[in-house]
Design a protein around this ligand. Structure first.
Ligand SMILES: Nc1ncnc2c1ncn2[C@@H]1O[C@H](COP(=O)(O)OP(=O)(O)OP(=O)(O)O)[C@@H](O)[C@H]1O
Length: 220
């Protein structure tokens, strides 16, 4: 009997380059992250981490090469990939005039969840925002926005969670809560790709590491 085919990598980069104008942000990057593993992305400011995460999130397209999520091409199968990935980024894309609770309700309804209000309440407890759940987001601090953004990511329940500087702007309690959430994502089988300058924290959460320097993979 033939062995079943091996599952495709959670994330595969095939000779990926990305150019902004005349500047190459990523250059000929190849990498494969096996399913069941999580990836720590490191590198100095401007080394290409955010660019790579945005390519995987399908917010950008590569100039050359191919990016695949669980065997699907991020350009040709963009919609399918978008259903599987979620990006926690610097720009949090929250609705400023809606409350924290309403922000989560918009997505919960879009996803057709049962009892969306209860789900939103539960997530606001998890990220420590219950006391401000009825405040409009425009009144939120940077750390509060980050907390709400991770709640929204959890609501989407992605197969691959792309976390760009998830600890930035958070207070010590927020960092602890974020570490717990990342641990829970991993336990529930989500592939985590984590870009951070907090290398110790990142190393304790991820099994694999990709270190970028000027858009190329190098030994850390
Ligand atoms: N929209 C853009 N237009 C032009 N150049 C860009 C754009 N976005 C990023 N770059 C450039 O691409 C390179 C990689 O940037 P990127 O944001 O991916 O790095 P990073 O590793 O995430 O940095 P940081 O640690 O500061 O967040 C940098 O030289 C940056 O100036």
């Amino acid at each position: 009997m033939e062995a079943p085919p091996a599952p495709p990598p959670a994330l595969a980069l095939h000779d990926v380059s990305k150019r902004y104008g005349r500047h190459w942000a990523l250059a000929r990057l190849s990498y494969a992250l096996p399913q069941g593993r999580s990836l720590l992305l490191t590198g100095h400011n401007g080394s290409g981490k955010t660019t790579l995460l945005r390519l995987v999130a399908t917010a950008l397209s590569p100039t050359h090469g191919r990016v695949e999520v669980r065997g699907r091409d991020c350009v040709e199968q963009r919609d399918a990939v978008r259903r599987e990935v979620a990006l926690l980024s610097h720009a949090s894309f929250l609705y400023e005039d809606l409350t924290a609770h309403q922000n989560l309700m918009v997505l919960a309804r879009l996803l057709g969840l049962e009892s969306p209000s209860d789900v939103a309440d539960g997530l606001l407890v998890k990220v420590g925002l219950t006391r401000r759940s009825e405040s409009p987001v425009r009144q939120f601090s940077a750390g509060m926005r980050k907390r709400l953004a991770i709640a929204r990511l959890l609501l989407k329940a992605p197969a691959v969670a792309l976390l760009d500087e998830p600890f930035g702007e958070l207070d010590p309690a927020g960092i602890q809560a974020m570490e717990k959430i990342i641990g829970e994502l991993k336990t529930s089988g989500v592939t985590v790709v984590l870009a951070t300058h907090l290398i110790e924290q990142g190393m304790s959460l991820c099994e694999e590491r990709l270190h970028l320097a000027e858009g190329r993979a190098v030994a850390a």
